[in-house]
Design a binder for this molecule. Structure first.
Ligand code: NDP
Ligand code: OXD
Length: 310
C-alpha cells in the first residue's frame, strides 16, 4: 500500500525534493511525498521544522510519527494537539558541524587568537597560552552533540568534564550528573559549552551563582539555546571580568534584536544560529530509516520523551 509522507517544511523543500522520493523508493517503501495535505486523515508521516505553518496536528488521525528536521524540539514538544510520536533529528552532518563550531571557537579563546589577528598597535606580546591539558572544559549536556564535542576537545587534550541529567560513563570524560553534580562540573572551568535542550529545568541554568563558580575570565560558548543563559547575569559577569568572553549562537529572540547589548559588546561574539545545520543529504537518510523501521514495526529512533521535553 502506498504511504503518504507530508513534507510540512516548505522553506527547505527544495533541498529534499530531488532526494527524498528516490531514497524512499531505494528503501523499498512505496510512498508519495506531498507538500500540501488536502486530506490530513490520509497522511502517514509528517516531516516538520519550526518554520512550518502547521500548528494543529488533530486532523492527522492516521499519522504514525512526526519527524523533526531539527534536533531541538522546544517549539513543538508542548503542542497539545500533537498526540503522535515525535522524533528529533540526530544526524552526522549536524554533529560534525557542531563539533567544528565548538572546537573552532574553543581554540580561538584557548590560544588567545584575537590578540594576534586584531593587533592594530603591532604589539609584540609573546605571552604563551597554557596547554589544553591545563584547561578545564565543562560540557553541559552529554547527548548526541555534547558527547561528540566533549570527545573532540578531549582528543586535543583539554581536561573535559561532562554534565547530564543521568549518569554517563564516557571514556576519557569525567562525568557529573543532576543538580548535585553541577557545581563540581562548573567549579574552576575555564571554558563552558552549553549543549542542553531548552526545557523548564534548563532555563537560566547559567545564572549569576553558577557563573561565579567558574575560573575568573572563563569563556562561555552557547550553541544550545538562548534561554540556557541568564542574559543580565552574563552581561554583569562580563563587566566584572568573571567571564572573559561569550560566544553565542542562539538567543531568546532570533534574529537577535538590533538594540540588544550583545551586539557590539567587545567581549561577546554573536554567530547567527549557524553552529550546526541540518543538511539534506544526511537528514533525508535518517528520515527514510525511521519510516522504514516504523513500517516494519520496529521502534522509532530518536523518539522525544514528551514529559522530559527533549
Ligand atoms: P540530546 O537530547 O541528545 O542531549 C541533551 C543532553 O542534555 C543530554 O545529555 C541530557 O541528559 C542533557 N540534559 C537535558 N536536560 C537536562 C537537565 N535538566 N539537567 C542536566 N542535563 C540535562 O540533544 P543534542 O545533543 O542532539 O542537542 C542538544 C541541543 O543542541 C538541542 O536541544 C538544541 O537546542 C541545540 N542545537 C543547536 C544547534 C545550533 O545550530 N545552534 C543545532 C542543533 C542542536 P541525559 O543524557 O541524561 O538525558
Ligand atoms: C536544531 C537547530 O535544533 O538547528 O536542529 O538549532
Amino acid at each position: 500500500m502506498t504511504i503518504t509522507v507530508f513534507f510540512a517544511a516548505p522553506a527547505v523543500w527544495e533541498e529534499y525534493r530531488d532526494l527524498l522520493p528516490g531514497l524512499l523508493a531505494d528503501a523499498g517503501i512505496d510512498a508519495r511525498v506531498v507538500t500540501l495535505a488536502p486530506d490530513p486523515a490520509a497522511v502517514d508521516y509528517i516531516i516538520y521544522a519550526p518554520s512550518a505553518p502547521l500548528q494543529d496536528f488533530t486532523p492527522f488521525t492516521r499519522c504514525k510519527a512526526v519527524l523533526s528536521l531539527w534536533a531541538g524540539v522546544e517549539r513543538i514538544v508542548g503542542n497539545t494537539t500533537l498526540t503522535q510520536p515525535l522524533c528529533r533529528m540526530v544526524d552526522t552532518g549536524l554533529t560534525e558541524g557542531m563539533l567544528e563550531w565548538v572546537v573552532g571557537h574553543a581554540l580561538r579563546h584557548h590560544l588567545g587568537m584575537d590578540r594576534h589577528i586584531v593587533n592594530p598597535g603591532h604589539v609584540w606580546d609573546a605571552t604563551c597560552p597554557p596547554l589544553a591539558r591545563e584547561r578545564k572544559v565543562a560540557m553541559l549536556g552529554m547527548g548526541a552533540l555534547g558527547t561528540a564535542c566533549a570527545q573532540g576537545l578531549a582528543a586535543l587534550n583539554f581536561n573535559v568534564v561532562g554534565w547530564s541529567r543521568t549518569e554517563k560513563h564516557t571514556p576519557g570524560i569525567q562525568g557529573f550528573h543532576g543538580e548535585a553534580g553541577l557545581e563540581a562540573a562548573l567549579r574552576g572551568a575555564e571554558i563552558v559549552v552549553t549543549l542542553l535542550p531548552k526545557t523548564p529545568e534548563t532555563e537560566n541554568i547559567l545564572n549569576a551563582q553558577r557563573l561565579a563558580w567558574l575560573k575568573p575570565g572563563a569563556f562561555i560558548l552557547n550553541p544550545g539555546r538562548g534561554p540556557l543563559i541568564d542574559d543580565a547575569a552574563l552581561l554583569a559577569a562580563l563587566e566584572t571580568g568573571q567571564v572573559g568572553h561569550a560566544t553565542l549562537d542562539v538567543f531568546r529572540i532570533e534574529p537577535l534584536p538590533l538594540d540588544h547589548p550583545f551586539w557590539g559588546h567587545p567581549r561577546v561574539t554573536v554567530t547567527p544560529h549557524i553552529a550546526a545545520d541540518t543538511r539534506a543529504t544526511g537528514a533525508a537518510k535518517v528520515l527514510v530509516k525511521n519510516i522504514r523501521r516504523s513500517e516494519a514495526g520496529a521502534p522509532l529512533l530518536h523518539l522525544v520523551d514528551r514529559a522530559r521535553g527533549y
